[in-house]
Design a protein around this ligand. Structure first.
Ligand code: SF4
Ligand code: SF4
Length: 203
């Protein structure tokens, strides 16, 4: 009976020692736990985190939108006009469009980075920001356009005015062309009539 009791006690102690083997071992090796958020792991090269858009360099070409597999980039543009040109990118590329809306819904983004590679001005990039949790999903929509509602209205008005003027010029030119053609035709007809009457007189 006593023998059995002692054996069970020894078995209990032995299994605890076996179970604690790894714990004991780790008392003598350097800790691998990071004390987040005070300590942070070094991110690997080409890590995929939150996107950023340098809107001043965006030409509104939509290549990123086309490449995105989950349609989480939403861009709207208005054509620039000679009286209100959108300017140039930092590397001297002339912009033709005002980017009135540039939103990325990071709640939908799968961090594939496919939008980054086709960008001709390299203005959409992956950052090293990976801590941007939100309680409200709408806060995960990042807006990059720097135009105000008033600016957008103004750009639209400028464009509409430019288009109307262009259309009016086109109509005026077509009218002038038609008038010139009619005048030429009338002159030719007069000349032809005069020639016929001269021929008749000669006969
Ligand atoms: S990383 Fe991928 S999913 Fe996210 S916006 Fe770019 S293309 Fe779309
Ligand atoms: S591909 Fe680049 S330049 Fe073109 S719309 Fe996207 S961010 Fe802008």
């Amino acid at each position: 009976m006593v023998k059995n009791y002692l054996k069970n006690t020894w078995d209990g102690l032995f299994t605890i020692l076996i179970g604690m083997k790894i714990t004991w071992k780790h008392l003598f090796v350097p800790a691998v736990t990071l004390q987040y958020p005070e300590e942070r792991a070094k991110l690997p090269e080409r890590t995929r985190n939150r996107l950023y858009v340098n809107i001043n360099d965006c030409i509104g070409c939509m290549q990123c939108v086309t490449a995105c597999p989950v349609n989480c980039i939403d861009i709207e543009t208005i054509k620039g006009t000679p009286i209100d040109p959108p300017g140039e990118t930092s590397n001297g590329k002339k912009k033709a469009l005002w980017v009135t809306k540039f939103e990325i819904d990071t709640a939908k983004c799968c961090f594939c980075q496919l939008c980054v590679f086709p960008c001709p001005t390299e203005c959409i990039v992956m950052t090293d920001v990976y801590e941007y949790s939100e309680w409200d999903r709408d806060n995960l929509i990042y807006a990059y356009s720097n135009l105000t509602v008033e600016d957008i209205k103004e750009k639209q008005l400028n464009f509409d005015k430019f288009q109307a003027e262009k259309e009016a010029k086109k109509i005026a030119m077509a009218k002038a062309k038609a008038e010139a053609a009619a005048k030429k035709k009338a002159e030719e007809e007069t000349k032809s009539e005069e020639k016929s009457s001269d021929d008749e007189k000669k006969e």
